[in-house]
Design a protein around this ligand. Structure first.
Ligand SMILES: NC(=O)c1ccc[n+]([C@@H]2O[C@H](COP(=O)([O-])OP(=O)(O)OC[C@H]3O[C@@H](n4cnc5c(N)ncnc54)[C@H](O)[C@@H]3O)[C@@H](O)[C@H]2O)c1
Length: 264
């Protein structure tokens, strides 16, 4: 059996992770599922993991008692703040989905310092976009500018019916993350990968069904222009299904489920 996995957050992303393990995509044993509403995990565990019931809990102590090798946070920025340091202090690798939390320099530096001391690693999946590998590769050679234009159906941004597209935000990444904490993790991932604060535009567009991210990176070596059009998750319209799939893909790498690894 592969690595021991624990998941915090039994919502849209947590469900896809459990499916990935139950379906054999990820060679791991899920040893704990945690949520402030443990019933959500109970339903998931009963439905998906015939091979054995993980611990289902709302307490970090119970999760840690299950001795995971990797913990995936798929819950909220608050969860990263509340549990992150304690997890990495135990030498347990941490996968962070609520990347916006890492824009807090104090928290980020503490997590890195504690993980460095314990030997743990902290991973941020590519989430709802593509190209973070290239952005990271370009960074040492100089990145000048990063732009992100996000277009989503109004309901995905918490708006009611609109007659026409409306730009609901234009400004710096640090402000965008505060105003749209559940929608704009991609901004944080781009910021952390590039080291350049992205300029952000968010548009509520009644004419689109998908969450569309248009990314431009201007760098010394390359100019990257990427458009990603994501279907919302069936269970949470604020989350793109690709974001959940990207964690499964990362877990395949971390658990050695893939021998020939392309594009890392
Ligand atoms: N990196 C990316 O590209 C990306 C993309 C989409 C979503 N996200 C983030 O991932 C996280 C999960 O997304 P989702 O769509 O699965 O959300 P969701 O609302 O469907 O599920 C989240 C679950 O976590 C639980 N939860 C929240 N805070 C908790 C806490 N402090 N302790 C324990 N449980 C807690 C909730 O009860 C809920 O069941 C969100 O923060 C979201 O913003 C990141």
């Amino acid at each position: 059996m592969g690595k021991r996995l624990a998941v915090i957050g039994c919502g849209a992303i947590g469900s896809v992770i459990v499916e990935g393990v139950a379906g054999g995509l990820v060679d791991a044993e899920i040893v704990a599922l945690m949520d402030v509403f443990p019933d959500k995990c109970m339903r998931l565990a009963a439905k998906r993991l015939d091979a054995g019931m993980p611990a289902v809990t709302d307490s970090l102590d119970d999760l840690l008692d299950a001795s995971p090798d990797i913990v995936v946070e798929a819950a909220s920025q608050e969860a990263v703040r509340s549990y992150g340091v304690e997890i990495v202090a135990r030498g347990i690798d941490l996968v962070v989905m609520s990347v916006g939390a890492l824009l807090d320099k104090g928290l980020r530096e503490k997590l890195v310092k504690v993980a460095h001391a314990s030997g743990a690693s902290i991973y941020v999946p590519t989430g709802a976009i593509a190209g973070l590998d290239a952005v990271r590769a370009l960074r040492p050679a100089g990145i000048y500018r990063v732009l992100l234009r996000t277009r989503k159906p109004p309901r995905a941004l918490g708006y009611g019916e609109l007659g026409a597209p409306e730009t609901v935000f234009r400004g710096k990444a640090s402000e965008a993350v505060k105003r749209f904490p559940r929608n704009i993790n991609v901004v944080a991932a781009l910021y952390l990968a590039s080291g350049v604060e992205p300029e952000v535009e968010i548009i509520a567009d009644p004419g689109v069904e998908r969450n569309i991210h248009e990314i431009t990176v201007e760098a010394e070596a390359s100019r990257i222009h990427i458009v990603v059009e994501n279907k919302p998750s069936p269970t949470n319209p604020k989350t793109s299904h690709l974001a959940a799939l990207s964690v499964v893909e990362l877990l395949r790498k971390l658990t050695g489920s893939e021998i020939l690894v392309i594009g890392t």
